[in-house]
Design a protein around this ligand. Structure first.
Ligand code: IVH
Length: 686
């Protein structure tokens, strides 16, 4: 293919795929099968790799990231990004309305919108193509984060439709939906990383990641709420929102045109409770004058438009005395301060505790012993401490001091540079770290010992029966039967007696026994190696096949596995460098836990294919792909996943992607049929 052929094919494919995407997301119509779509996308990806100079800014391949930005360039906004005046009471909204009616002597309408809790973003389109995405920054200039914004699927890379201006800007709010936020935190917990405080921080941190592939994984979303440009033909804000929707932008359908202030109040009241059913956080509403002409008459102050105002919902708040601060030690040794509060009713639930996150947060809030704290409940389930009622501070009270030694084992705490948390380094002997590791081990996603939850581990540990997850496999009926302990739930104050009766013990032993069949990838996750979450464990298990291969691998070899970076590889090496961990794995092996991927029994048939590599693609008549794969290996060959110059044979079935075929032809790879293959190994079909 010549350069100019490649360029025109790249343009054609980019255009085509964007169009199908637009039809799919905008009109819910699939004009092409998933398979054909993937073939086009694969062809484009291949061509862009070969001819990177022709990659288009609106290329759909950018959705999955791939760009690394070391420093985000600072860009001046064409139109400054102003903020909104805030109001906290219905009175203030009525005053706003009165003020405007005094200035405008004719009828006008408002638009009410929700105030989305995320990060403001400005998007510039030229000739219908997304050219630049810039954060708000200080309002005058922000950071160019275009590569990251391109991974957000609801942001169109190219727009379709009528009346598209040569250049325009839209603004919107990038957010992380609750569900994604919760998954992200769950994943961070799995690998022992500090949790994100809220979806807004998570969204803003994600937009500033240097690797756009990571951004793509975070599933950010975006609502557009503003259109700007020169000589645009729209009279009202609501008209421009309708046009944006038609062009393929995601505008939240929650906005309403309101003729009177009563209608505005109805909107406020309706969403006061309804907002909790939305997939994202909202902290108020935005009231905007609808007609652009009236907006112009009203103009701007230095900081914000006179034609719009935000109304913030009252956070559900309370003030209550701090009784003490306890320090919880997690599985990885991170110490989290928790405020123990005098019980107080907030939004229908009794609150007794609130996380203070880390030492910096205690210092930021300047909490003293015995202070009365303000606590709030937003969309989040967990209440947060927002400040101190200084009028109630006891004279001479001392600031809360973060401990210098571990509250559980007395070891001096350490801080890892760049991290907010303090850690207890006594990994092997610190009781909460040991219990945390066992709890991680038994959870459903790991060894799935469901009948060992709810305080049982604490009891087993306290009685000296388990010190490591491997000890679970040594437990016997006689050791367990009759054990008892009274346990207090720190959140509810509820007291419960855990006692091991016949049925409980039988269930426990059965689920321990069953866990021996849990596949190796989940065992690897269960070990609780830092940064090895469920996905990473699955990748490692598939690549290395068994625990010994992982144990013997050097950091460099570990990094050869797909998606394993230096941080993960070093953490694995550190884990295996500890003799007690090696011993622990040996004990698990002896107990019969799966330490290798289950393989189909492969009997070597010949060495006819020795030193030869194969890629299998398409659908076959006589054998399915797994059987062909086994046959290649059983005859001494290797199976690869991608076509490259090093490949010997492409084993081509029916309906295989044309791009693979083309690539193989170009690289001079031999293309063989199922029949050719069988001849090579001296077999005949059927
Ligand atoms: S309009 C000139 N509409 O609130 C005013 N802003 O304090 C342009 N926000 O920076 C903003 N939802 O990040 C507007 N429906 C909405 C909004 C909204 C959230 C945020 C935005 C802005 C801040 C203003």
């Amino acid at each position: 293919m010549t350069e100019s052929q490649a360029q025109s094919r790249i343009n054609e494919l980019t255009e085509k795929i964007n169009y199908y995407n637009y039809r799919y997301y905008q009109d819910s119509i699939s004009e092409i099968s998933d398979y054909d779509f993937d073939v086009l996308l694969e062809e484009l990806t291949g061509l862009e790799k070969q001819f990177p100079q022709f990659l288009q800014p609106d290329s759909p391949t950018q959705r999955v990231g791939g760009t690394i930005t070391k420093n985000f360039a600072s860009v001046k906004h064409k139109y400054p990004m102003l903020s909104l005046g805030n109001s906290y009471s219905e009175e203030e909204i009525k005053d706003f309305d009165t003020r405007i009616r005094r200035l405008i002597d004719h009828e006008f309408e408002y638009v009410c919108e929700l105030k989305f809790d995320g990060v403001a973003l400005s998007l510039t389109y030229k000739n219908g193509v997304l050219e630049r995405a810039v954060t708000r920054g200080d309002g005058v200039q922000g950071d160019d984060i275009t590569a990251n914004a391109r991974t957000i699927r609801s942001i169109p890379l190219k727009i379709y439709g009528d009346n598209i201006p040569a250049e325009f800007e839209v603004r919107g709010e990038v957010f992380m939906p609750w569900k994604v936020f919760e998954q992200l935190n769950q994943m961070r917990e799995d690998i022992g990383e500090a949790l994100m405080a809220n979806p807004r921080n998570a969204a803003s941190g994600t937009l500033k990641l240097q690797d756009s592939t990571e951004v793509a994984k975070r599933q950010l979303d975006c609502y557009i709420y503003y259109l700007l440009g020169e000589n645009l033909p729209y009279q009202t804000h609501s008209q421009s929102m309708e046009q944006l929707t038609k062009w393929g932008f995601q505008v939240s359908p929650t906005y309403r045109v309101c003729k009177t202030i009563e209608e505005v109040m109805d909107y406020i009241h309706y969403w006061d409770t309804e907002r909790f059913n939305l997939p994202l956080g909202t902290d108020g509403i935005v009231l905007k004058v609808n007609a652009f002409e009236v907006q112009q008459e009203l103009g701007f102050t230095a900081k914000s438009p006179r034609w719009a105002i935000a109304y913030k919902y009252k956070a559900l708040a309370a003030a209550t005395p701090l009784e003490s601060v306890s320090y919880q030690v997690g599985r990885t040794g991170a110490v989290t301060p928790v405020a123990n509060l005098k019980a107080v009713l907030l939004a229908g639930t009794t609150v007794r505790r609130a996380s203070l996150h880390n030492a910096n947060e205690i210092a930021r809030l300047d909490i003293h012993e015995g202070d009365t704290l303000f606590i709030e409940k937003g969309g989040e389930i967990i209440p947060k401490v927002t400040g101190v009622d200084l009028t109630k501070r006891n004279e001479g009270s001392a600031p809360v001091q973060f401990p210098t030694t571990c509250p559980a084992c007395n070891t001096a705490l350490v801080r890892i540079p760049g991290e907010a948390a303090y850690y207890c380094p006594n990994e092997l002997e610190c009781p909460p770290q040991i219990r945390g590791r066992i709890e991680h081990f038994i959870q459903r996603k790991a060894m799935n010992m469901d009948s060992l939850g709810e305080g049982k581990i604490e009891l087993l540990y306290d009685k000296g029966l388990v010190h490591s997850p491997a000890d679970l496999y040594k437990l016997s009926y006689n050791q367990l039967f009759g054990l008892e302990k009274v346990i207090t739930n720190p959140d509810t104050g509820e007291v419960r007696r855990v006692s091991f009766k016949q049925k409980t013990v039988e269930n426990m032993l059965t689920s321990i026994e069953k866990s021996k069949a849990v596949p190796f990838d989940r065992v690897l996750f269960a070990l609780g190696i830092r940064y090895v979450g469920a996905t990473v464990a699955a990748k490692l298990a598939a690549y290395f096949g068994n625990i010994d291969a992982i144990y013997q691998a050097t950091v460099e070899q570990l990094m050869q596995a797909p998606e394993i970076g230096g941080k993960i590889a070093e953490s694995i090496a550190r884990f295996f460098a500890e003799p007690r961990n090696v011993e622990y794995i040996q004990q698990l092996k002896e107990a019969g836990v799966q330490m290798q991927m289950e393989m189909r029994e492969l009997v070597m048939e010949s060495n006819a294919l020795e030193g030869k590599s194969f890629v299998i693609s398409g659908v076959f008549v006589h054998f399915d792909r797994d059987v062909l794969k086994d046959k290649i290996i059983a005859n001494g060959g290797k199976v690869l996943s991608g076509v490259s110059g090093k490949l010997d044979y492409l084993l081509a079935g029916e309906n295989m992607g044309p791009s693979k075929l083309e690539k193989a032809e170009k690289l001079g790879v031999k293309i063989i049929s199922e029949q050719d293959f069988l001849t090579m190994i001296g077999e005949t079909a059927g």
